[in-house]
Write a new protein. Structure first.
Length: 348
């Protein structure tokens, strides 16, 4: 059995990670829960039948020797905790955002050895995502021309009452990093490498340090051009992806997860068809199954660096007011170490 542990026993751990692990009970067992709040950890363990409870990550790693650790902690803890787990020999599956910067992400990657780390990008694993990517890559729907990527969500002031939210130091960024990253990742998963981004961002209505809305134009290596919107100011919430190709339009409308019925295809001419295969909705369970397959086969998971590089470039383009090309943000660039480029008051 694959021995697993959950670090951070807040909402996402119980809502998504425990149910996902239950679907893999034939090959994975949850042996420990870790949280700095002992009362919360004990309540979580009692609710979910977890035998061991800890308030210290290192102690848990030493005593339980898990094969896989689910990191469900606030973003500012991810890099340090991921490195600690990897150095102990445990694989890591980390909630988004995996890191607050490319520097942190590369630090996690550098710590990989026999053990590997992967990001939670469950939308890649819904019905249709891989099929659409493969069909586009094969040219079956023609050439990609235009795309739209919208994360229009709503988060009120109470949401930002949690101390670590809304600051560059502890959350790393606003909806561009913490919310829209899922749809942007699925867009890149579908269309491939991006080439250039131009962007704007601002703090329009929430009492935070970071942005609460951003918009960008992205050019892909294949020539396609995409618009990207990330918002936490949208009362009618929606996640939306649209791909216009020479032979048809593919659309996906959902909110936090999608099923086959959430896709639509509009053909440009008779004889061109596409529909997603039947399958369960996009979910942590679907990705966990793939992750455990990889663990058993020795196939390393994906940390999502191209997506984090796009997110970083979007911030740099918005803050500097100039286009950013893929690959230009290296270790000497101030945006490599932090998404605000070391400028804490960029959105006044």
């Amino acid at each position: 059995m694959i021995r697993t542990a959950i670090v951070g026993t807040g909402g996402i751990a119980g809502i998504c990670h425990v149910p996902a692990l239950r679907t893999q009970a034939h090959r994975a067992v949850l042996v420990a829960a870790v949280d700095v709040d002992a009362t919360r950890a004990e309540a979580f363990a009692a609710e979910h039948g977890i035998p061991a409870v800890y308030t210290d990550l290192r102690t848990m790693l030493q005593e339980q020797n898990p094969d896989l650790v689910h990191l469900c902690t606030p973003p500012y803890l991810h890099a340090e905790q991921a490195v600690t787990c990897l150095e102990s020999g445990a694989w890591v599956w980390c909630e988004k955002p995996v890191a607050l910067s490319l520097a942190e992400l590369d630090r996690i990657h550098a710590a990989e050895g026999p053990a590997a780390a992967g990001a939670v990008f469950q939308h890649r694993y819904g019905p249709g995502a891989r099929h659409l990517r493969d069909r586009i890559a094969a040219g079956a729907l023609g050439r990609p021309l235009v795309a739209q990527c919208v994360t229009a969500w709503y988060r009120d002031d109470a949401y930002y009452g949690v101390p670590w939210r809304g600051t560059w130091r502890s959350e790393g960024g606003g909806p561009t990093l913490g919310h829209g990253i899922h749809q942007m990742d699925l867009m890149l998963h579908t269309l491939g490498a991006w080439a250039e981004v131009r962007a704007m961002a601002g703090r329009l209505d929430r009492d935070v340090q970071t942005e609460d809305v951003s918009a960008a134009l992205v050019r892909f290596e294949n020539g396609a051009i995409a618009t990207v919107v990330n918002s936490v100011l949208s009362p009618r919430e929606e996640s939306y992806l649209r791909f216009d190709l020479t032979d048809g339009t593919v659309e996906l409308r959902h909110l936090y997860g999608y099923a086959p019925t959430d896709w639509t295809f509009t053909a440009r001419s008779p004889g061109v068809t596409w529909e997603p295969p039947d399958g369960p909705p996009s979910s942590h369970a679907a990705q966990l199954a793939d992750l455990l397959d990889g663990y058993e086969a020795g196939i390393r998971p994906d940390l999502g660096r191209p997506t984090m590089e796009l997110v970083t470039a979007l911030y740099k383009a918005a803050i500097t007011g100039r286009p950013v090309r893929r690959g230009e943000i290296d270790a000497a660039d101030p945006f490599y170490a932090s998404l605000n480029g070391g400028r804490p008051e960029v959105f006044r």
